[in-house]
Design a protein around this ligand. Structure first.
Ligand code: ADP
Ligand code: AMP
Length: 216
């Protein structure tokens, strides 16, 4: 199985949901730049203060900030260590800079799985998304509900709605996705690293198709 993998797709396409399952079921080392940035904001660190406004407005955090975060996290990694990234890279500049940094270190991306999905679907999924404040597990009020409303099945933490998951911010994030992130599809297709999963299918189907692609 390939071990250095990127999940690419619009916000709400199910990257975090599938990544969490791949982590549990296949032992992938999953990282999410969005999750890291939210942690920095919650901690009130200098980086968090710098990034907070971008997150609130649904805009991308500057490339150099995100790249520094990822390089720092991977800098002590063993060349044969795997990773599963959800939410990075998100611009062509990030993708190119990460290729240049990671390849000589033996940490280059091996496979990119693109979760293809429409704006209407994304809007419904994100506005119903609820996340656990303690462990980060993600639910949906109707599509992926917790056993007990408002409480995480795993740790009983409180489920809350992200400040950037409102309809107007999601529409903006989708526009930014089309402009900044969608070009990565061709970028990775040209590198013969791209596989596509139809993200409008149920989670279990997305999961099994992703697993088969990872085992090719
Ligand atoms: P992303 O990480 O791509 O932003 P998430 O994994 O957080 O997306 O999923 C967005 C929302 O959609 C969540 O509320 C999640 O529970 C729900 N969801 C994810 N995948 C599916 C799916 N295949 N079918 C139905 N709902 C889904
Ligand atoms: P996510 O959790 O992936 O939905 O990301 C939430 C927010 O974090 C995004 O709307 C951006 O503001 C920021 N963010 C996450 N990853 C990146 C990235 N690779 N580049 C720039 N901003 C990012």
């Amino acid at each position: 199985m390939r071990r250095r993998v990127i999940l690419l797709g619009p916000p709400g396409s199910g990257k975090g949901t599938v990544a969490a399952r791949l982590k549990n079921e296949c032992g992938f080392d999953h990282f999410s730049t969005g999750h890291w940035l939210r942690q920095e904001v919650a901690r009130g660190s200098a980086l968090g203060r710098q990034a907070g406004l971008f997150l609130e407005r649904g805009e991308l955090v500057p490339d150099e900030v995100v790249l520094a975060l990822v390089k720092d996290a991977l800098s002590n990694a063993q060349p044969d260590l795997g990773y599963l990234s959800d939410g990075f890279p998100r611009t062509l500049a990030q993708a190119q800079a990460f290729d240049a940094w990671s390849s000589p270190r033996g940490l280059g991306i091996e496979q990119v799985i693109y979760f293809e999905c429409s704006e209407a679907l994304v809007l419904n999924r994100i506005t119903g998304r609820r996340s656990c404040g303690s462990c980060g597990r993600v639910y949906h009020v109707t599509l992926v509900p917790p056993g007990q409303p408002g409480r995480c099945d795993d740790c009983a933490g409180e489920l809350t709605q992200r400040a950037d998951d409102t309809e107007s911010v999601v529409r903006k994030r989708f526009k930014i996705y089309l402009r900044e992130t969608e070009p990565l599809i061709d970028f990775y297709r040209q590198q013969a690293k791209l596989d596509v999963v139809n993200a409008s299918q149920p989670v279990d189907v997305m999961m099994s198709q992703t697993m088969s692609l990872l085992q090719r």
